[in-house]
Design a protein around this ligand. Structure first.
Ligand code: C5P
Length: 395
Protein backbone atom coordinates (compact mmCIF):
# COMPACT_ATOMS: atom_id res chain seq x y z
CA UNK A 1 0.00 0.00 0.00
CA UNK A 2 1.38 3.38 -0.88
CA UNK A 3 2.31 5.82 1.87
CA UNK A 4 0.25 8.95 2.46
CA UNK A 5 1.86 12.35 2.22
CA UNK A 6 -0.23 15.32 3.27
CA UNK A 7 1.17 18.24 1.31
CA UNK A 8 0.37 21.57 2.97
CA UNK A 9 0.70 24.62 0.74
CA UNK A 10 0.71 28.11 2.23
CA UNK A 11 0.56 31.60 0.78
CA UNK A 12 4.02 32.31 -0.58
CA UNK A 13 4.87 33.13 -4.19
CA UNK A 14 6.82 29.84 -4.13
CA UNK A 15 3.43 28.07 -3.95
CA UNK A 16 3.66 27.54 -7.70
CA UNK A 17 6.63 25.21 -7.07
CA UNK A 18 4.34 22.99 -5.01
CA UNK A 19 2.90 21.73 -8.30
CA UNK A 20 6.30 20.30 -9.29
CA UNK A 21 6.77 18.96 -5.79
CA UNK A 22 3.38 17.22 -5.88
CA UNK A 23 4.23 15.75 -9.25
CA UNK A 24 7.59 14.39 -8.01
CA UNK A 25 5.85 12.84 -4.99
CA UNK A 26 3.22 11.21 -7.21
CA UNK A 27 5.99 9.81 -9.45
CA UNK A 28 7.48 8.24 -6.33
CA UNK A 29 4.10 6.54 -5.89
CA UNK A 30 3.17 8.30 -2.69
CA UNK A 31 -0.54 9.05 -2.25
CA UNK A 32 -0.59 12.85 -2.09
CA UNK A 33 -3.37 14.68 -0.23
CA UNK A 34 -3.14 18.42 -0.59
CA UNK A 35 -4.34 20.94 1.98
CA UNK A 36 -4.06 24.59 0.97
CA UNK A 37 -4.44 27.63 3.16
CA UNK A 38 -6.86 30.20 1.72
CA UNK A 39 -3.84 32.47 0.98
CA UNK A 40 -2.18 29.71 -1.06
CA UNK A 41 -5.19 29.61 -3.39
CA UNK A 42 -4.33 33.20 -4.44
CA UNK A 43 -1.07 31.92 -5.91
CA UNK A 44 -2.06 28.56 -7.41
CA UNK A 45 -5.44 26.95 -7.92
CA UNK A 46 -6.68 23.91 -6.05
CA UNK A 47 -7.67 22.49 -9.44
CA UNK A 48 -4.00 22.32 -10.53
CA UNK A 49 -3.09 20.36 -7.42
CA UNK A 50 -6.15 18.18 -7.74
CA UNK A 51 -5.20 17.26 -11.30
CA UNK A 52 -1.61 16.45 -10.30
CA UNK A 53 -2.38 14.59 -7.09
CA UNK A 54 -5.51 12.94 -8.46
CA UNK A 55 -7.07 13.45 -5.07
CA UNK A 56 -9.48 16.07 -3.75
CA UNK A 57 -7.78 19.22 -2.48
CA UNK A 58 -8.89 20.61 0.88
CA UNK A 59 -8.99 24.26 1.85
CA UNK A 60 -11.93 24.71 4.13
CA UNK A 61 -12.02 23.19 7.59
CA UNK A 62 -15.68 22.35 7.07
CA UNK A 63 -15.36 20.46 3.76
CA UNK A 64 -15.17 16.88 4.98
CA UNK A 65 -13.55 14.28 2.73
CA UNK A 66 -16.46 11.93 3.41
CA UNK A 67 -19.74 12.60 5.12
CA UNK A 68 -18.72 10.36 8.05
CA UNK A 69 -15.24 11.79 8.57
CA UNK A 70 -13.99 14.95 10.26
CA UNK A 71 -11.56 16.59 7.83
CA UNK A 72 -8.56 17.41 9.95
CA UNK A 73 -8.82 14.22 11.97
CA UNK A 74 -9.10 11.94 8.97
CA UNK A 75 -6.17 13.53 7.13
CA UNK A 76 -4.12 13.65 10.31
CA UNK A 77 -4.77 9.96 10.90
CA UNK A 78 -3.99 8.92 7.37
CA UNK A 79 -0.74 10.85 7.06
CA UNK A 80 2.60 9.07 7.13
CA UNK A 81 4.23 12.45 6.64
CA UNK A 82 3.02 16.03 6.64
CA UNK A 83 5.08 18.18 4.33
CA UNK A 84 4.48 21.92 4.32
CA UNK A 85 6.06 23.50 1.25
CA UNK A 86 6.26 26.39 0.95
CA UNK A 87 5.88 27.19 4.65
CA UNK A 88 5.33 30.88 5.38
CA UNK A 89 6.38 32.69 8.55
CA UNK A 90 2.67 32.76 9.34
CA UNK A 91 2.11 28.98 9.37
CA UNK A 92 5.34 28.44 11.33
CA UNK A 93 4.18 30.90 13.99
CA UNK A 94 0.70 29.38 14.09
CA UNK A 95 2.04 25.83 14.53
CA UNK A 96 4.41 27.05 17.26
CA UNK A 97 1.47 28.68 19.03
CA UNK A 98 -0.51 25.43 18.89
CA UNK A 99 -3.23 27.09 16.82
CA UNK A 100 -5.84 25.23 14.81
CA UNK A 101 -7.46 28.12 12.97
CA UNK A 102 -7.49 26.55 9.53
CA UNK A 103 -7.55 23.01 8.16
CA UNK A 104 -3.78 22.79 7.69
CA UNK A 105 -2.89 24.01 11.20
CA UNK A 106 -5.60 21.81 12.74
CA UNK A 107 -4.35 18.76 10.84
CA UNK A 108 -0.78 19.36 11.98
CA UNK A 109 -1.91 19.80 15.58
CA UNK A 110 -3.88 16.55 15.50
CA UNK A 111 -1.29 14.45 13.62
CA UNK A 112 1.23 12.01 15.00
CA UNK A 113 3.17 11.70 11.75
CA UNK A 114 6.47 13.54 11.32
CA UNK A 115 6.13 17.09 10.03
CA UNK A 116 8.61 18.52 7.54
CA UNK A 117 8.55 22.24 6.82
CA UNK A 118 10.24 23.97 3.90
CA UNK A 119 10.18 27.70 4.66
CA UNK A 120 10.05 30.26 1.84
CA UNK A 121 9.79 33.98 2.42
CA UNK A 122 11.50 37.34 2.19
CA UNK A 123 15.04 37.24 3.63
CA UNK A 124 14.23 39.82 6.30
CA UNK A 125 11.30 37.77 7.53
CA UNK A 126 13.41 34.62 7.57
CA UNK A 127 16.23 36.27 9.48
CA UNK A 128 13.88 37.82 12.02
CA UNK A 129 14.82 36.52 15.47
CA UNK A 130 11.16 36.02 16.36
CA UNK A 131 10.77 33.55 13.49
CA UNK A 132 14.13 31.94 14.22
CA UNK A 133 13.02 31.42 17.82
CA UNK A 134 9.83 29.75 16.61
CA UNK A 135 11.84 27.45 14.32
CA UNK A 136 14.21 26.53 17.16
CA UNK A 137 11.20 25.94 19.41
CA UNK A 138 9.52 23.63 16.92
CA UNK A 139 12.78 21.74 16.34
CA UNK A 140 12.86 21.01 20.04
CA UNK A 141 9.55 19.17 19.61
CA UNK A 142 10.89 17.16 16.67
CA UNK A 143 9.57 19.20 13.73
CA UNK A 144 11.89 18.90 10.74
CA UNK A 145 12.98 21.85 8.60
CA UNK A 146 14.67 22.17 5.23
CA UNK A 147 16.52 25.45 5.17
CA UNK A 148 15.61 27.83 2.38
CA UNK A 149 18.31 28.59 -0.17
CA UNK A 150 20.06 31.88 -0.84
CA UNK A 151 19.55 33.72 -4.09
CA UNK A 152 17.33 36.25 -5.82
CA UNK A 153 13.95 36.45 -4.13
CA UNK A 154 10.62 37.33 -5.69
CA UNK A 155 10.63 40.66 -3.88
CA UNK A 156 13.77 41.66 -5.79
CA UNK A 157 16.34 41.35 -3.02
CA UNK A 158 19.08 38.77 -2.78
CA UNK A 159 19.23 36.73 0.42
CA UNK A 160 18.19 33.54 2.17
CA UNK A 161 14.54 32.74 1.73
CA UNK A 162 14.10 30.80 -1.52
CA UNK A 163 12.22 27.54 -1.20
CA UNK A 164 14.66 24.61 -1.28
CA UNK A 165 14.75 22.84 -4.65
CA UNK A 166 11.83 20.38 -4.96
CA UNK A 167 14.27 17.46 -5.49
CA UNK A 168 15.95 18.28 -2.15
CA UNK A 169 12.58 18.44 -0.43
CA UNK A 170 11.53 15.09 -1.90
CA UNK A 171 14.72 13.38 -0.77
CA UNK A 172 14.25 14.73 2.79
CA UNK A 173 10.66 13.46 2.66
CA UNK A 174 11.88 10.07 1.39
CA UNK A 175 14.28 9.77 4.28
CA UNK A 176 11.58 10.47 6.85
CA UNK A 177 9.16 8.06 5.19
CA UNK A 178 11.75 5.30 4.85
CA UNK A 179 12.73 5.74 8.50
CA UNK A 180 9.07 5.63 9.44
CA UNK A 181 8.42 2.51 7.43
CA UNK A 182 11.33 0.64 8.91
CA UNK A 183 10.45 1.46 12.51
CA UNK A 184 6.65 1.31 12.40
CA UNK A 185 5.44 -1.42 14.74
CA UNK A 186 8.96 -2.22 15.98
CA UNK A 187 9.43 -2.61 19.71
CA UNK A 188 12.11 -0.24 20.90
CA UNK A 189 13.48 -0.18 24.41
CA UNK A 190 15.22 3.07 25.34
CA UNK A 191 17.02 3.83 28.59
CA UNK A 192 17.67 7.38 29.72
CA UNK A 193 18.84 9.57 32.55
CA UNK A 194 21.17 8.93 35.45
CA UNK A 195 20.82 6.27 38.12
CA UNK A 196 20.92 7.02 41.84
CA UNK A 197 22.81 4.73 44.19
CA UNK A 198 21.75 5.33 47.79
CA UNK A 199 24.23 5.83 50.61
CA UNK A 200 21.66 6.29 53.31
CA UNK A 201 17.95 7.27 53.36
CA UNK A 202 18.72 10.84 52.19
CA UNK A 203 21.90 10.70 50.07
CA UNK A 204 22.95 9.07 46.84
CA UNK A 205 25.74 8.84 44.24
CA UNK A 206 24.72 9.97 40.77
CA UNK A 207 25.89 11.92 37.71
CA UNK A 208 24.94 14.94 35.61
CA UNK A 209 22.88 13.09 32.98
CA UNK A 210 19.66 15.03 32.22
CA UNK A 211 17.91 12.32 30.21
CA UNK A 212 17.43 14.72 27.26
CA UNK A 213 19.08 12.47 24.66
CA UNK A 214 17.16 9.33 25.62
CA UNK A 215 13.82 11.17 25.92
CA UNK A 216 14.40 12.73 22.48
CA UNK A 217 15.09 9.29 20.99
CA UNK A 218 12.02 7.78 22.66
CA UNK A 219 9.75 10.59 21.41
CA UNK A 220 11.11 10.46 17.88
CA UNK A 221 10.82 6.64 17.75
CA UNK A 222 7.18 6.95 18.87
CA UNK A 223 6.48 9.55 16.18
CA UNK A 224 7.80 7.03 13.66
CA UNK A 225 5.23 4.50 14.79
CA UNK A 226 7.43 2.35 17.03
CA UNK A 227 6.15 0.79 20.22
CA UNK A 228 8.42 2.45 22.77
CA UNK A 229 9.29 1.55 26.35
CA UNK A 230 11.39 4.16 28.12
CA UNK A 231 13.21 2.94 31.21
CA UNK A 232 14.32 6.11 32.89
CA UNK A 233 16.34 7.05 35.91
CA UNK A 234 15.27 10.24 37.73
CA UNK A 235 14.96 13.03 35.12
CA UNK A 236 13.16 16.36 35.25
CA UNK A 237 11.47 15.78 31.90
CA UNK A 238 7.92 15.03 30.84
CA UNK A 239 7.74 11.62 29.17
CA UNK A 240 7.02 11.89 25.42
CA UNK A 241 3.40 11.24 24.42
CA UNK A 242 2.54 7.64 23.66
CA UNK A 243 5.67 6.18 25.25
CA UNK A 244 5.44 3.63 28.06
CA UNK A 245 7.53 5.02 30.92
CA UNK A 246 9.13 2.69 33.45
CA UNK A 247 10.67 4.85 36.17
CA UNK A 248 13.66 3.40 38.06
CA UNK A 249 16.25 4.71 40.51
CA UNK A 250 19.20 2.36 40.81
CA UNK A 251 21.32 0.50 38.26
CA UNK A 252 19.95 -2.74 39.70
CA UNK A 253 16.35 -1.59 39.13
CA UNK A 254 17.25 -0.49 35.61
CA UNK A 255 18.85 -3.89 34.99
CA UNK A 256 15.70 -5.70 36.10
CA UNK A 257 13.36 -3.46 34.09
CA UNK A 258 15.47 -3.76 30.94
CA UNK A 259 15.98 -7.50 31.19
CA UNK A 260 12.27 -8.11 31.70
CA UNK A 261 11.43 -6.36 28.38
CA UNK A 262 14.47 -7.60 26.46
CA UNK A 263 12.90 -10.70 24.90
CA UNK A 264 10.17 -8.68 23.22
CA UNK A 265 12.45 -5.88 22.02
CA UNK A 266 13.60 -5.52 18.43
CA UNK A 267 15.95 -2.64 19.18
CA UNK A 268 17.56 -1.49 22.44
CA UNK A 269 19.08 1.97 22.70
CA UNK A 270 20.97 2.51 25.96
CA UNK A 271 21.29 6.24 26.42
CA UNK A 272 21.24 6.05 30.23
CA UNK A 273 24.31 7.08 32.21
CA UNK A 274 24.33 4.10 34.53
CA UNK A 275 26.42 4.33 37.71
CA UNK A 276 29.30 1.91 37.45
CA UNK A 277 29.67 1.69 41.24
CA UNK A 278 27.33 1.78 44.20
CA UNK A 279 27.97 1.96 47.94
CA UNK A 280 28.54 -1.58 49.19
CA UNK A 281 26.23 -0.84 52.08
CA UNK A 282 23.21 1.37 52.34
CA UNK A 283 23.01 2.76 55.87
CA UNK A 284 19.62 2.26 57.44
CA UNK A 285 19.80 5.67 59.14
CA UNK A 286 21.22 9.02 58.01
CA UNK A 287 25.03 8.92 58.26
CA UNK A 288 26.29 11.13 61.09
CA UNK A 289 29.40 13.30 60.94
CA UNK A 290 31.04 11.46 63.79
CA UNK A 291 34.57 11.46 62.37
CA UNK A 292 36.79 13.78 60.29
CA UNK A 293 36.82 11.33 57.41
CA UNK A 294 34.44 8.79 56.01
CA UNK A 295 35.59 6.01 53.71
CA UNK A 296 33.00 4.77 51.28
CA UNK A 297 33.32 1.26 50.04
CA UNK A 298 31.94 0.87 46.52
CA UNK A 299 31.08 -2.20 44.51
CA UNK A 300 30.32 -2.64 40.80
CA UNK A 301 26.79 -2.39 39.52
CA UNK A 302 25.64 -4.82 36.82
CA UNK A 303 26.75 -3.74 33.34
CA UNK A 304 23.34 -3.91 31.72
CA UNK A 305 24.50 -3.48 28.16
CA UNK A 306 27.20 -6.13 28.53
CA UNK A 307 24.55 -8.54 29.81
CA UNK A 308 22.28 -7.71 26.85
CA UNK A 309 25.18 -8.31 24.44
CA UNK A 310 25.81 -11.71 26.00
CA UNK A 311 22.14 -12.68 25.75
CA UNK A 312 21.41 -11.27 22.33
CA UNK A 313 18.80 -13.03 20.22
CA UNK A 314 18.64 -10.94 17.11
CA UNK A 315 18.02 -7.60 18.83
CA UNK A 316 19.82 -4.54 17.51
CA UNK A 317 21.91 -3.14 20.35
CA UNK A 318 22.93 0.50 20.41
CA UNK A 319 25.10 1.94 23.16
CA UNK A 320 26.52 5.33 24.02
CA UNK A 321 30.11 5.95 24.97
CA UNK A 322 30.70 9.16 26.84
CA UNK A 323 34.41 9.68 27.18
CA UNK A 324 36.81 12.36 28.25
CA UNK A 325 39.88 10.83 26.51
CA UNK A 326 40.80 8.47 23.62
CA UNK A 327 37.23 8.67 22.33
CA UNK A 328 37.42 6.38 19.32
CA UNK A 329 39.67 3.78 20.90
CA UNK A 330 37.49 3.48 24.01
CA UNK A 331 34.23 3.54 22.06
CA UNK A 332 35.55 0.91 19.62
CA UNK A 333 36.52 -1.34 22.53
CA UNK A 334 33.02 -0.99 24.00
CA UNK A 335 31.44 -1.89 20.66
CA UNK A 336 33.38 -5.17 20.55
CA UNK A 337 33.28 -6.12 24.22
CA UNK A 338 29.55 -5.51 24.61
CA UNK A 339 28.60 -7.04 21.19
CA UNK A 340 26.92 -3.85 20.00
CA UNK A 341 25.74 -3.07 16.48
CA UNK A 342 26.36 0.63 16.87
CA UNK A 343 27.98 2.84 19.43
CA UNK A 344 27.43 6.58 19.63
CA UNK A 345 30.55 8.19 20.96
CA UNK A 346 30.68 11.66 22.44
CA UNK A 347 33.60 13.48 23.88
CA UNK A 348 32.38 15.13 27.07
CA UNK A 349 35.15 17.71 26.98
CA UNK A 350 33.95 19.31 23.72
CA UNK A 351 31.64 22.32 24.05
CA UNK A 352 28.07 21.51 22.98
CA UNK A 353 28.45 17.78 23.63
CA UNK A 354 27.23 15.45 26.33
CA UNK A 355 25.42 16.00 29.60
CA UNK A 356 22.85 18.67 30.33
CA UNK A 357 23.12 20.73 27.11
CA UNK A 358 20.53 20.74 24.30
CA UNK A 359 23.07 19.92 21.59
CA UNK A 360 25.35 16.99 20.96
CA UNK A 361 28.40 16.20 18.86
CA UNK A 362 28.90 12.51 18.18
CA UNK A 363 30.75 9.95 16.09
CA UNK A 364 29.07 6.70 15.11
CA UNK A 365 31.05 3.46 15.16
CA UNK A 366 29.49 0.41 13.50
CA UNK A 367 30.30 -3.25 14.10
CA UNK A 368 31.48 -3.51 10.44
CA UNK A 369 34.19 -0.94 11.14
CA UNK A 370 32.42 2.01 9.51
CA UNK A 371 32.86 5.35 11.30
CA UNK A 372 30.69 8.43 10.70
CA UNK A 373 31.31 11.79 12.38
CA UNK A 374 28.10 13.83 12.57
CA UNK A 375 28.01 17.64 12.77
CA UNK A 376 26.87 19.37 15.97
CA UNK A 377 23.08 19.34 16.19
CA UNK A 378 20.27 19.58 18.71
CA UNK A 379 19.50 16.40 20.63
CA UNK A 380 16.09 16.28 18.93
CA UNK A 381 17.65 16.47 15.46
CA UNK A 382 20.27 13.95 16.49
CA UNK A 383 17.54 11.59 17.71
CA UNK A 384 16.02 11.69 14.21
CA UNK A 385 19.37 11.15 12.51
CA UNK A 386 20.23 8.26 14.84
CA UNK A 387 16.87 6.61 14.18
CA UNK A 388 17.46 6.98 10.42
CA UNK A 389 20.80 5.22 10.87
CA UNK A 390 19.30 2.53 13.12
CA UNK A 391 16.42 2.03 10.67
CA UNK A 392 18.99 1.54 7.91
CA UNK A 393 20.40 -1.39 9.90
CA UNK A 394 17.11 -3.26 9.60
CA UNK A 395 16.03 -2.30 6.07
O1 C5P B 1 31.31 1.13 29.65
P1 C5P B 1 30.48 2.38 29.64
O2 C5P B 1 29.75 2.61 30.93
O3 C5P B 1 31.20 3.61 29.21
O4 C5P B 1 29.40 2.10 28.49
C1 C5P B 1 28.40 3.00 28.21
C2 C5P B 1 27.21 2.27 27.66
O5 C5P B 1 26.93 1.14 28.48
C3 C5P B 1 25.98 3.13 27.70
O6 C5P B 1 25.17 2.79 26.57
C4 C5P B 1 25.33 2.75 29.02
O7 C5P B 1 23.92 2.94 29.01
C5 C5P B 1 25.69 1.29 29.15
N1 C5P B 1 25.91 0.85 30.54
C6 C5P B 1 25.08 -0.11 31.08
N2 C5P B 1 25.27 -0.56 32.38
C7 C5P B 1 26.28 -0.07 33.12
C8 C5P B 1 27.14 0.90 32.57
C9 C5P B 1 26.92 1.33 31.29
O8 C5P B 1 24.16 -0.56 30.40
N3 C5P B 1 26.44 -0.51 34.35
Amino acid sequence: MSMNVVLGITGSIAAYKAAELASLLVKKEYAVHVIMTPAATKFITPLTLQAISQNPVYVDMFDSPGSWEIGHISLARRADLILVAPATADIIARIAAGMADDLLAATILAARAPVLLAPAMNDGMYANPVLQEKIAYLKRFGYHFIEPESGRLACGTVGQGRLAEPARIVSAADRLLEGGKALAGKRILVTAGPTREPLDPVRFLSNYSSGKMGYAIAGEARRRGADVTLVSGPAQLAPPAGVELVPVETAQEMFEAVVSSYDQADIVIKAAAVSDFRPRQRAGQKLKKLSAELMLELERTPDILRYLGQHKQGQILVGFAAETEDLLVNAGAKLKEKHLDLVIANNLTEPGAGFGVDTNLVTLLYSNGEIIKLPMMSKIELAGTLLDKIAALII
